[in-house]
Design a protein around this ligand. Sequence first.
Ligand code: SF4
Ligand code: SF4
Length: 358
Amino acid sequence: MATTAMRTPIESGVPDNKPYLHPLMLRNYGNWKYHDRPRPGVLHHVAHSGDEIWTVRAGTQRQMDVYTIRKLCDIADTYADGHVRFTIRSNIEYMVSDPNRVAPLIEALNSNGFPVGGTGNSVSSIAHTQGWLHCDIPGTDASGAVKALMDDLYEEFIKEDMPNRVHLSTSCCEINCGGQADIAIIVQHTKPPKINHALVANACERPAVVARCPVAAIRPAMVNGKPSLEIDEKKCMCCGACYPPCPPMQINDPEHTKLAIWVGGKNSNARGKPTFMKMVASGLPNNPPRWPEVSAMVKKILYTYKNDARSWERVSDWIERIGWPGFFEKCDLPFTKYLIDDWRGSRASLNASTHIRF
Ligand code: SF4
Ligand code: SF4
C-alpha cells in the first residue's frame, strides 16, 4: 500500500511581531500593570517591572505617497529610535522610553503637518475602504471624502471632548468592506446597471455574472443576435456586485450614484456586543473634491450626539436610550420608510431570489 507523505503547510500566516517590537515592549510582553493618557494623543504604559513607555499617536492623510512615508520614518529615526507602527485606522504611533523625548517628538510631528491625537474620547482617523488603489467596484473616492471630512473635524481629533470614542468610516460601494462604524458614509447606487450589449460577449463570463447577483435579477439573453445579459429591474436592488465580473454592466453614474449615512455600528468589546449600523440619510450628492453636503450631514449627527449623549455612551448606546424617533427629531432629519432598514428588514427583498430563501 502506498504511503502518503504529510503535506507541509505553505501558508505563512500572520508574521511574528516580536522582531519589530520596541525592546522595552518585548521585555515586558504580557506583563503590564496599567496605562493612562497624560494628554490627547499620548498613551503611557507601566509594566510590573517598573519600566515605562510612551506612545505618541499622529494622524496621517490615510493614503500616502512614498515621500510622506519617508518623512514619517525620518521623524521616527530622529526622535524615536526608529520605532513606529500603524493602527488599523492608519494613525501612526511612535514609541519612546524616555518622557523627555515626548515633547520634541510632538513638536516635530506638528511642524510637519501631522496632528497628534486620536486617543480616548476623540474622533479618530476615519477608516476607509481600499477604493481605486486595489478594488474594481468603487463608486466614489473614499480616501478623498475622508481627507475632506477630517480637515473639518481636525479639532475633534486633537481633543478628547466626545462622550466616548467615535469611529467613522467611508465605503466606496454598498458591499461596505469598511465594516461597522458609529457614523459611516456609504455609496448608494439608485439605478440598475446599464448594459453595453456590444461588449458583453467579449468581456464577461456570463454564468459568473448571473451567479454573482444576490437577488437573481440577471438572466442570459440574446441581443441583436449576440449573447448578452438582461436585468429584471423589479428585482435589482442596485448593489453593483455584477459590475466587477462584467464591466459592460456599468452602474456608476455621476448623477444617480449617491451617498448615504449610516449610524450606530460598533465592534464588540469587553462591555458590549457588536451593533449593526442603520441608514438614516440617503440621496446625498457624490460631490468631489470636498463633498460638502456629506460633511454637513456627518457634522450635524456628530454634534447632536456630542451635545446630547451621556458620558461613555457610544452612538449606538445613545440611540438605544433616546429611541429612533428621538434620534430623527434631535438631529432634525426627515424619516422615510426606506430608512433604518437592516438585514432583518431586507428579508422580503432578498426572498425575491430563487437561490436565497430564509
Ligand atoms: S467598499 Fe466596495 S468598492 Fe470600496 S474597496 Fe470595498 S468592496 Fe471595493
Ligand atoms: S446591481 Fe446587484 S441586484 Fe442589480 S443586477 Fe447587479 S448584482 Fe443584481
